[in-house]
Design a protein around this ligand. Structure first.
Ligand SMILES: Cc1cc2nc3c(=O)[nH]c(=O)nc-3n(C[C@H](O)[C@H](O)[C@H](O)COP(=O)(O)OP(=O)(O)OC[C@H]3O[C@@H](n4cnc5c(N)ncnc54)[C@H](O)[C@@H]3O)c2cc1C
Length: 385
């Protein structure tokens, strides 16, 4: 793949920069860098307005085909995410809708579903959450026990999901539920689109290490959704669920790396201030972190060239999750004893939050062990242990 940018790409970059320069002002500029992992509570209402402004100007669903999006080529999508991250614009409130649900509906949904669900995502008007994990179905997702039965022209959903990020602000949830009586494992599951704001749904926040609470338990007790709100055919939900996971490795990860570079820079600045930079071991770790980030970036760019990445996505996940977790550890080493103190208001600073939240990087989106298992079996052909 040729990674050089064409004249059109550069013109697009100028358009993105100029739009961000003009619009990332006032209340929005005050929220630069706000939101994201461990910080989803920050300025939520203003970030929602920002999402709608992005939508109004056609910046959501850039790669989706017309009439739903602008059909922008891959390199320009990368440029958008890079420029967005360079501008330190607020973290987005609906990445689950835009990056996970929308590509799934585009690939496997019906025309009616595309027309119903894509425009409100593109306008920032409907937010989504992902209802996969359950108390006994995390890594072992095929153990899903949530059930949905058809009653007239509706599915009636009963069961419990857990770790559901942003469920408390979501309008809709894509839920993996068992729809065939007596079915087990991967068979008999369906991928349902369920409205969240209804009486049969109880959302209970879970407090995280960071003291914030951006994921939840979600209890479904007779929650309802229209019979047509199933993506793919009923009983074929496993295939659809796996397709969604494939989209987690989107072009947005290139933007994520610019955020990582900013965090590394914050660690270097701190090391200069505290004098830790004079410690050759700290220097060594900083250099290793910098080199690791180059590897992550080159691997991500190279895998964009592969339309069916398969197990490569597991390598990318392992690389960035471990890197980010180690950066959090380095940040604490650089802070020294101060790392154990919190301000009078009980608030963590940016690096303390990074350290604590990064503990989850090697769990969500598939744990390290699961990623290694995929690499061992699908790439190396090793036997199942
Ligand atoms: C911050 C965060 C946000 C999340 N957001 C969402 C969300 O929005 N929606 C959603 O559905 N889920 C979400 N999750 C859940 C996440 O997908 C699960 O936590 C993850 O899949 C692991 O499942 P589990 O927690 O049940 O752990 P388990 O599956 O019980 O695993 C426990 C440990 O055993 C290991 N293990 C399990 N099976 C194997 C095996 N076969 N071989 C080797 N080791 C194994 C795991 O690696 C892990 O170390 C989120 C999790 C976190 C931390």
């Amino acid at each position: 793949m040729d990674f050089r940018f064409s004249a059109e790409d550069e013109a697009f970059r100028a358009e993105v920069r100029s739009w961000l320069g003009e619009h990332l002002v006032g209340d929005y500029a005050e929220l630069k860098g706000a939101g994201g992992p461990g910080r989803e509570h920050e300025g939520f209402d203003v970030r929602l307005q920002w999402e709608r402004l992005l939508g109004e100007h056609g910046w959501i669903g850039l790669g989706w085909p017309a009439p739903f999006g602008r059909g922008v080529p891959l390199m320009q999508q990368v440029i958008f995410h890079e420029e967005y991250a360079k501008a330190d614009a607020p973290h987005r409130v609906n990445h689950i809708g835009e990056q996970l649900l929308a590509p799934t509906v585009l690939a496997l949904g019906t025309d009616a579903q595309r027309e119903r669900f894509l425009p409100p995502i593109a306008q920032g008007r409907e937010l989504w959450c992902q209802g996969y994990s359950e108390p006994d179905a995390g890594s072992d997702l095929a153990n899903v026990k949530t059930r949905a039965v058809k009653e007239g022209d509706e599915w009636v959903v009963t069961g419990q999901k857990v770790w559901t990020s942003l469920a408390h602000v979501a309008d809709w949830c894509f839920v993996i539920a068992r729809t065939e009586d007596g079915s087990t494992r991967h068979r008999g599951l369906s991928y349902l689109l369920v409205p969240m704001k209804q009486p049969g749904i109880d959302i209970r926040p879970i407090v995280q290490l960071t003291g914030t609470s951006e994921f939840n338990e979600v209890f479904f007790d007779g929650a309802r959704t229209a019979v047509d709100n199933v993506v793919g055919t009923p009983g074929d939900g496993w295939r659809v669920a796996m397709a969604t996971l494939g989209f987690e490795r989107g072009v947005a990860t290139l933007g994520q790396q610019i955020g990582f570079a900013r965090e590394l820079d914050a660690v270097v600045q701190l090391a200069r201030r505290t004098g830790a930079i004079d410690d050759p071991i700290v220097d060594d770790r900083i250099a290793a972190a910098w080199a690791g980030l180059q590897v992550i970036r080159h691997f991500a760019l190279a895998s964009l060239a592969n339309p069916t990445p398969g197990a490569e996505a597991s390598i990318a996940k392992l690389l960035w999750a471990n890197w980010h977790q180690q950066l959090g550890e380095l940040a604490m080493a650089v802070q020294g004893a101060a790392a154990t103190q919190v301000g009078d208001d009980g608030e963590l600073d940016e690096l303390q939050r990074l350290f604590l939240f990064a503990r989850s990087d090697t769990i969500y989106g598939g744990s390290n062990e699961i990623q290694r298992d995929i690499i061992a079996r699908r790439m190396l052909g090793l036997p199942r242990g």
